[in-house]
Write a protein that binds this ligand. Structure first.
Ligand code: SF4
Ligand code: SF4
Length: 324
């Protein structure tokens, strides 16, 4: 039993169990125009072979059509680099499902993506975009030279199309993650800083800021190991374990699908090749909502990354307002 499993058992006297499924998060490939230091996916410009096929996208849409799962959350890599993204977005819209696109912003500016932005607007796709700081040097040191300027350009373009503006119905949320081996600060305070600075410096508006803890796996783990910080960061996450985050851990309400159609409890487990287990079928072709929505979740010590401090999920901080 992992240390995290023991902590959960101690806190709730049972293993971590799913509690329904409201979101299907689909990782459509690891190809990305950036190569960020904190990336848990190990994505990059060279990852061109792991692309979700049209057939697998069709299976995703079939699962959405046949089950009461209201949200399709699309991630990568940079999903904008996948030629089938429009097919998936249009398919979700035709089923009346909410769609979320996780964007690194710069990919929206790549040639050929003008049409994609029109599609996002037309289908009211929510955009969750990474911007780890409002300062250029911090963004460029984490995400690569020149990324900040491109991100700002993309945010202005999205604002021009109505994204992030009150009453437009076009949600634009930004994602903050710490630059190093520390827990994020308070989400509400960071949001105020971001709103003030982005408005003041560039006239940019957005809806919410989501503060996310860096997960010590993938390229971020390599970065930590190279800097000799892995052990100390893992210790920080364990030391700050907060049992109050357990009911809201995101894996309890979602599933993650890989480019090749396997089913995972979350994108982190996907990167660790930990498919759903304990009797649940791990392929989309065997999708069974009744079994999956009550499954026992595959946990490991990386899960301390979700349960430390105020907690962390793809929707940001879990327990807002707690002092840590
Ligand atoms: S963190 Fe996002 S933008 Fe950066 S390399 Fe990974 S997938 Fe690409
Ligand atoms: S890493 Fe995944 S399985 Fe573990 S707590 Fe976080 S969301 Fe759940």
């Amino acid at each position: 039993m992992s240390e995290f499993s023991s902590k959960v058992y101690e806190a709730i006297h049972s293993p971590l169990m799913a509690d329904g499924i409201d979101t299907l998060q689909v990782n459509i490939g690891r190809h990305c125009n950036q190569r960020c230091l904190h990336c848990h996916v190990d994505a990059g410009p060279d990852k061109k072979t792991e692309f979700m096929s049209r057939e697998t996208m069709g299976m995703v849409l079939k699962v959405l059509a046949e089950n009461e799962i209201h949200t399709l959350d699309i991630t990568g890599g940079a999903p904008e680099l996948h030629p089938g993204l429009g097919y998936l977005l249009e398919g979700a819209a035709s089923l009346g499902k909410k769609a979320i696109l996780r964007s690194n912003l710069s990919a929206l500016l790549l040639p050929g993506n003008e049409r994609l932005i029109g599609l996002l607007v037309k289908n009211r796709v929510e955009i969750i975009a990474s911007l780890p700081c409002y300062l250029e040097k911090n963004v460029d040191s984490q995400r690569g030279a020149g990324v900040y300027k491109l991100s700002i350009q993309a945010l202005k373009l999205l604002n021009d199309r109505g994204y992030g503006k009150e009453g437009s119905g076009l949600a634009l949320h930004l994602v903050y993650n710490p630059a190093g081996a520390v827990l994020p600060g308070r989400q509400d305070a960071l949001e105020s800083d971001y709103k003030r600075e982005l408005q003041g410096r560039h006239g940019i508006v957005f809806n919410k800021l989501l503060a996310i803890t860096n997960m010590p796996i993938g390229r971020f783990k390599e970065t930590l190991l190279k800097g000799g910080n892995y052990e100390s960061y893992a210790a920080i996450l364990k030391k700050n374990f907060n049992k109050e985050t357990i009911p809201e851990l995101m894996c309890r309400k979602m599933l993650s699908i890989s480019w090749d159609g396997r089913i995972f409890d979350c994108d982190f487990n996907q990167m660790l090749e930990l498919t759903v287990n304990h009797g649940a079928a791990s392929l989309l072709s065997g999708f069974d909502l009744e079994v999956l929505k009550k499954r026992e979740i595959m946990v490991g010590d990386h899960c301390f990354g979700c349960a430390a401090g105020r907690g962390s999920s793809c929707g940001g901080e879990i327990r807002s307002g707690l002092v840590f």
